[in-house]
Design a protein around this ligand. Structure first.
Ligand code: SIN
Length: 283
């Protein structure tokens, strides 16, 4: 089969989502044609991966800003001298990782980040993969009846229970890596099913980390249906898993995926730089 792309090589990663893009040097100012082909792969695959990249923080920022302005994460510590780049770090003596449960970044914001660009600096000898799940697949495989019910619902999302004072009070070893608990003071309401602004496809937009419940329902009333949706959405056939090397980059679409950082590398260091790219209100 001939490739639809002229300037890049694309290799699918999972059946439901994910594609590796080869033949690109992200440290350069990409020609418009190549950038638009990368945008198409991003739109169609939910998460795209690059290998063997060598980016300075400035080049990482320039690539991100080609997509949209940067949405600075207010809870992560940042790379020294670069407030736009969040540090995703786990030291050998730390037990907890960041992002170790299924989630979508920034759903607690009124205008959630559209995507996140994670760049690997140091990775464990084995383990430390990131998993992704397709929220297109999750939605599209529901029954017509449940789709209809969900299409009429909105859900409440919050950062309070994850980044707020209660977490800071726990004094686990994420202290020092997560900051500003006082800024975890804003909740957001989004449709449970969104229409993706680039692809036009419908996507399930609730996640186990930040969604509290449905609008107009109590958390207790919401839980059984949310639990059903979470079990459905995380089934292996809707996921892919990415094995990092130094220089690898993953760019995931927060409107179409969940992700989870696997915490299976105790005693080893993992150091990543993450930039979140701004999105718009969701419909
Ligand atoms: C994150 O949730 O943004 C971090 C993912 C990872 O470290 O693999």
């Amino acid at each position: 089969m001939t490739s639809p792309y002229e300037t890049i090589e694309v290799r699918p990663v999972g059946g439901a989502l994910g594609a590796e893009i080869h033949g690109v040097d992200l440290s350069l100012d990409l020609p418009d044609r190549q950038f638009s082909e990368i945008r198409e792969v991003f739109r169609d695959n939910g998460v795209i991966f690059f290998r063997d990249q060598k980016l300075t923080p400035e080049q990482h920022i320039a690539f991100a800003e080609r997509w949209a302005p940067i949405n600075i994460n207010r809870f992560f510590t940042h790379v020294e001298g670069h407030p736009k780049i969040a540090l995703v770090l786990k030291e050998p003596d730390q037990k907890r990782n960041i992002g170790g449960g299924w989630h979508t970044d920034h759903t607690y914001d009124i205008e959630p980040a559209m995507g996140s660009i994670l760049y690997a600096h140091e990775v464990p000898q084995s383990g430390g993969d990131t998993m992704f799940a397709s929220m297109y697949a999750a939605y599209e495989t529901l029954s017509d009846g449940l789709k209809q019910t969900l299409n009429g619902l909105r859900a409440r999302h919050s950062s309070r229970h994850i980044f707020g004072p209660a977490r800071a009070g726990r004094k686990d070893d994420t202290v020092g890596r997560i900051k500003n608990p006082e800024l975890a003071n804003q909740d957001a309401v989004h449709p449970v099913v969104i229409t993706h602004p680039l692809s036009g496809r419908k996507s399930l937009y609730v996640n186990p980390s930040f969604t509290l419940g449905f609008e107009g329902w109590t958390d207790v009333e919401s839980k059984p249906l949310l639990d059903y949706l979470y079990a459905h959405a995380s089934q292996p056939s809707f996921t892919c898993q990415f094995q990092w090397q130094p220089g690898s980059i993953a760019f995931w679409d927060n409107r179409a995926t969940w992700h989870l950082a696997v915490n299976d590398y105790q005693g080893q260091r993992r150091l990543m730089h993450r930039i979140t790219v701004a999105g718009t209100a969701l419909h």
